[in-house]
Design a protein. Structure first.
Length: 368
């Protein structure tokens, strides 16, 4: 039998335990300069934020694993994704605190960190994995052949960091894969992948969209030709707009061994094109939230790089990486939801969209 009792704030938050953790590898925080305690504290705050991000990321992922995913449950996924975006905004702002540390202030204790690197943040690696970063796209860290080696203890023995990352690699599917599976099941003009003549109906939608996109692109091209004052530019304009139409045709008719990719891409286009329909309200919020989340993740990486460059210039990183150069590369290369960004290139005006045959399928439904 448990006895309920009043709880103090400091016990619930474990304040006293928390305030003993800013001493680095020593035993006495009083031996450290304020600058070093600031450095430790800010990075501990990052790790606490990452812990929350991982919880929300897995919650959103787990929802999309369900089959089917109820429309009303999508609000929970959007809430998790938007919370992650808010946290990433806060993380980017934390770099302002780090920038109160001057170069010479940091150099006073930087040598203590030799061998250590933010790259060894297991939770950040977990976040990338669960989000859906392809392992083949990882950028090498210095001379190490695998990023997993950077997560080993200095003597090469297993570490808690490496164990965390191995657990994350086994924790499938990723959010990206779960979203792709959900999109694959999305009815397009009222027809799902398991319906009779599903492929033929998908072809009908794709062809109607391509025709609408081509007409809209031709209209834009004609407008560009009219306002162009240089006749020599006309051929360049026509070539550019023809290339745009060809890109869309290739994108929606991909030459790939992945049998689901065409329908997944078509589902993205469908949701974005008919986003005003009631039943697509939450799906469009999901896609918008994913784009915002990835954008903020990129901003976080870029902000990190600029903070590091401002503080230590282009020195080699303490963990053996190329420092700022490595951070800049990851900001550009570590993109997960590339198709969602590409869809921005393909969208057309609302009035140019082809008429649906089963628009009523996406209307409000009675609960009875």
């Amino acid at each position: 039998m448990t006895t309920e009792r009043a709880v103090n704030y400091w016990d619930y938050i474990r304040v006293e335990d928390l305030l003993t953790l800013q001493r680095g590898v020593g035993e006495d925080e009083s031996e450290l300069a304020n600058d070093e305690v600031l450095f430790i504290t800010v990075h501990q705050v990052f790790e606490l934020w990452f812990k929350l991000v991982l919880r929300e990321l897995r919650s959103a992922r787990n929802l999309f694993i369900r089959e089917p995913v109820a429309e009303q449950e999508l609000s929970g996924a959007v809430r998790s994704l938007q919370r992650i975006s808010t946290i990433l905004r806060m993380c980017a702002q934390h770099f302002e605190v780090m920038e109160t540390l001057t170069t010479r202030d940091y150099l006073e204790f930087r040598d203590k960190l030799m061998g250590a690197s933010g790259f060894q943040s297991a939770q950040l690696r977990e976040l990338e994995i669960i989000f859906g970063l392809d392992e083949d796209e990882r950028i090498p860290l210095g001379a190490l052949p695998s990023y997993m080696q950077a997560l080993e203890s200095m003597d090469g023995t297993p570490s808690p960091a490496k164990a965390r990352v191995l657990d994350a690699l086994a924790d499938t599917p990723t959010l990206k894969d779960a979203i792709s599976t959900w999109l694959y099941r999305t009815p397009i003009d009222g027809s799902g992948p398991d319906d009779p003549d599903a492929d033929a109906k998908l072809d009908t939608f794709v062809q109607s969209f391509l025709a609408a996109h081509a007409a809209a692109t031709d209209k834009t091209c004609e407008r560009a030709l009219v306002i162009s004052t240089e006749p020599a530019e006309h051929e360049r304009l026509r070539t550019r707009y023809e290339a745009e139409k060809q890109f869309v045709r290739d994108y929606l008719n991909p030459d790939t061994r992945d049998p689901q990719l065409r329908r997944v891409r078509a589902a993205m286009i469908f949701i974005e094109t008919y986003r005003e329909l009631p039943l697509l309200a939450w799906p469009r919020q999901v896609l918008d939230s994913l784009v915002e989340l990835e954008q903020l993740f990129v901003v976080f990486r870029q902000r990190h790089a600029r903070m590091v460059e401002r503080t230590i210039g282009r020195r080699m990183g303490t963990g053996g990486s190329a420092g700022v150069e490595y951070l800049d590369q990851t900001a550009l290369a570590y993109r997960v939801f590339k198709d969602l960004w590409t869809v921005r290139t393909l969208q057309i005006q609302r009035g140019a969209a082809p008429e649906l045959k089963n628009a009523a399928f996406y209307g409000f439904r009675s609960g009875r």
